[in-house]
Design a protein around this ligand. Sequence first.
Ligand SMILES: Nc1ncnc2c1ncn2[C@@H]1O[C@H](COP(=O)(O)OP(=O)(O)OP(=O)(O)O)[C@@H](O)[C@H]1O
Length: 390
Amino acid sequence: MKRDDFARSPARRLVPTERGQVAFVPHDLPPPDLDLSRLAAPLAIAAQRLGELNGIGRTLPDPWLLIQPLQVREALTSSSMEGTYTTVDQLLLMDAGGSAREPWRDTVEVHNYRRALAQAMDSLADVPLSLRTLRNAHRTLLAGVARHRGADARAGEFKQRQNFIGAHEIENARFVPPPPSEAIAALDRLEKYIHREDRGGIPDLVDAALIHYQFETIHPFADGNGRVGRMLITLHLHARQAIRQPLLYLSPVLERRKDEYIDHLFEVSRAGRWGEWIDFFLAVVAEACQNAIDTADALLALQKEYRSRLRDAGRSANLVAITDLLFRSPVVTIPRLAEHLGVQYRSAQLNVESLVRVGILSEVSGTSNPKYFIAREIRDIITQTMKSDA
Ligand SMILES: Nc1ncnc2c1ncn2[C@@H]1O[C@H](COP(=O)(O)OP(=O)(O)OP(=O)(O)O)[C@@H](O)[C@H]1O
């Protein structure tokens, strides 16, 4: 990290660290010179879209119809941004209890992301969002894969050594976050900021941008900072009740705009460009809300279409129950369905055969004992929206 780059940065302290380098310690939130008046227009647009998304969340008969696909997309895109790739089919298969296939380690990690996100979100019903929430999420994220992530990556623990971003050697790093002791102190202050009573009129969405920057700049873990920091955005907005259901996920948009995203974070540190970062963040929120709304429309239309397909095929209560379940879990097995419906294996098998006949389910090739079946049209809505982002 070049000391001169940060010479005029208003947002920092530079401290010496290993190998003669300097590390960046951010000032505490909020930034002293935050000009909210310039952000009024993008804030109004983002808040309006968020309001629409909240409205959809309220009218959905089952909000999980939308939450699950959005969380699948979030896990896939947040992970791929950090070089961890799997396919939606592999992820859904693993979600349904199948074992991971190649690329197994990446699939496990993306599946872990889903679990970490869901657990952290659930925990908000019982305990406030805290550093412990994030450490638990990190523990789940790296469960079973931490040792492949390098000697320093300890699941659920903050960093114990100086880390850096954008290079293999600290000398070439674009950015060097605070050393461990400074990071812990800055994190404690960030936690206090998140819990503060007097919010000083800072809107929740702007606060989410500030908090995400601060978390990423502290870079508290040896590994997984990008992913846990993006979980933090949704967790924070949900904890504040800015989003009533956990329906807002930014990674699909951030992935498409990754270079801008990274540059904006860097520019806040380098030159105190808070306005540009928040403006960008609000545009990403507005786009992510719109994508979620479009996804809800597509899923509801498909659900209606399934119902009419089933009507033509001689509707039964079990078939309707199964198709509703498919929106939560697009990959299923006959034993799982038998358990879900409380019926015999043979009866669930007949139901599956009917759903295969009307084109709702198809067999996942290469699976046996048990065979897995996938609702491809639901899967396609998840991936289509990802592709239309691209
Ligand atoms: N200059 C910067 N200042 C603050 N945060 C940054 C900066 N550049 C990148 N980031 C954040 O750091 C993340 C990547 O960090 P890094 O490459 O260290 O990965 P990591 O800690 O291993 O996390 P993960 O495994 O989730 O990527 C980016 O996704 C972004 O959120």
